[in-house]
Ligand binder design. Structure first.
Ligand code: ZN
Length: 311
C-alpha cells in the first residue's frame, strides 16, 4: 500500500506569461490580451518595496506589455513614470523577444510620512508620485527614429493616464482594460487592449464609416464589461476571455509572444560603465580588489575585478 500522501497529485497552478494578438473580423479593430504570472511576480518581488509601491510597479510592467504593440520591428519599448513625490521613478522595458524587466526608485521616509499624513487611507497616484509624467519610448535601432510620447500624471491610476495620452494625441483610438493584483500571495496581471485601425481609402464612404463608428462603440462597451476576476484567473484561457467578450464580432487570434523576466545587464556592460568613470572614483569603490555592483533592474550583484586599465 502506498503511503496516503504519495497518492495526492498536486497539479501546478497555471502560469501564463504572454501577449496574444487578435483582430475582430467584422470590423477594423485589432487588439491584444496580456497575461502575467510568475514573470510579474519575479520582477516586482526582487525590489521588496512596500505593497502600494509594488502595486504601481506591477501596473507599469503590465501596461508595458500592453503598449509594447508599438514595436513594429526589433527593438525595445520603455515605459517610464517619474515624479517629485515619495516614488521618484518606475521604469519597465519590454523588447521584441518578450524579455521584460523593471525597476523602482522611492524614498522610504517620504513614503512613510505620506502614509501618516493620509492617516493610512489608500494613497492616490498624486500622493505617490507628486507632480509627474508618464513617458514612453519606442527604440527600434536603425529601423526608424526613436519615438517618444509623454503625458501628465493626471488620472486615478496609470492606466487612466495612458488612456488620456491616446485621447489627447493624434494616435489611433485605443481602449485598455487592465487588472493587477496579488492572487494567492503572488502578483498577477491581465489586460486587454483594442485599437481602431485606419480605414482603407476605398472604404471611406459614409455608410462604412458610420458602421465602423458603431462597431468601435460596441467593442469598447463590451471590453468594459470584462471583470478583474476574469483577467486575473489564469485557469481561464485567454481565448475564452476573448470569446466571452467578442464572440459576435468574429474574434480571431493571431501571433503570440511569450513574456520572460530577463534583464539585459552583464559584467561586460558594467565594465563599459566603469570605463567611463574617473579613475579616482573607481579607486574609491574598490574593496578587497573587487567592485561590487548591483543591477537596479534585476538586483543581480556582480563582483567585478577591475583590470589595470581601469585603475
Ligand atoms: Zn539586471
Amino acid at each position: 500500500m502506498p503511503d496516503k500522501e504519495d497518492t495526492v497529485v498536486n497539479f501546478p497552478l497555471p502560469d501564463q506569461n504572454l501577449i496574444q494578438n487578435f483582430i475582430l473580423e467584422s470590423s477594423a479593430i485589432r487588439g491584444r490580451v496580456i497575461r502575467l504570472g510568475s514573470v510579474l511576480d519575479k520582477i516586482v518581488s526582487a525590489h521588496d518595496a512596500p505593497e502600494a509601491i509594488a502595486q504601481l510597479m506591477a501596473e507599469t510592467v503590465a501596461l508595458s506589455a500592453v503598449l509594447s504593440s508599438m514595436l513594429k520591428y526589433e527593438g525595445i519599448f520603455i515605459l517610464q513614470v517619474q515624479g517629485d513625490g515619495p516614488v521618484s521613478m518606475v521604469v519597465c522595458d519590454v523588447n521584441s523577444e518578450g524579455h521584460v524587466r523593471g525597476c523602482v526608485t522611492y524614498n522610504e521616509e517620504k513614503y512613510e510620512a505620506k502614509l501618516k499624513e493620509k492617516n493610512k487611507k489608500p494613497l492616490s497616484l498624486e500622493d505617490m508620485f507628486g507632480t509627474g509624467y508618464l513617458a514612453f519610448t519606442v527604440d527600434q535601432g536603425a529601423h526608424t527614429e526613436r519615438y517618444q510620447g509623454i503625458v501628465a500624471l493626471d488620472g486615478k491610476n496609470l492606466e487612466e493616464c495612458v488612456q488620456h495620452y491616446f485621447e489627447q494625441s493624434e494616435q489611433v483610438e485605443t481602449v485598455i482594460r487592465l487588472a493587477v493584483d496579488r492572487v494567492e500571495d503572488a502578483w498577477r496581471a491581465g489586460g486587454v487592449m483594442i485599437q481602431r485601425m485606419p480605414l482603407d481609402e476605398k472604404d471611406v464612404q459614409s455608410e462604412v464609416v458610420e458602421q465602423e463608428e458603431e462597431n468601435w462603440a460596441r467593442a469598447s462597451v463590451l471590453l468594459k464589461t470584462c471583470k478583474d476576476e476574469e483577467l486575473l484567473d489564469q485557469k481561464l484561457h485567454e481565448n475564452t476571455i476573448l470569446l466571452r467578450l467578442f464572440h459576435e464580432e468574429g474574434v480571431r487570434v493571431l501571433d503570440s509572444t511569450d513574456l520572460i523576466a530577463k534583464c539585459r545587464c552583464s559584467e561586460e556592460r558594467l565594465l563599459g560603465i566603469l570605463s567611463t568613470m574617473p579613475k579616482d572614483d573607481i579607486a574609491h569603490i574598490v574593496e578587497d580588489g573587487k567592485i561590487m555592483m548591483t543591477c537596479e533592474f534585476c538586483k543581480t550583484t556582480y563582483a567585478i575585478i577591475p583590470s589595470d586599465e581601469l585603475l
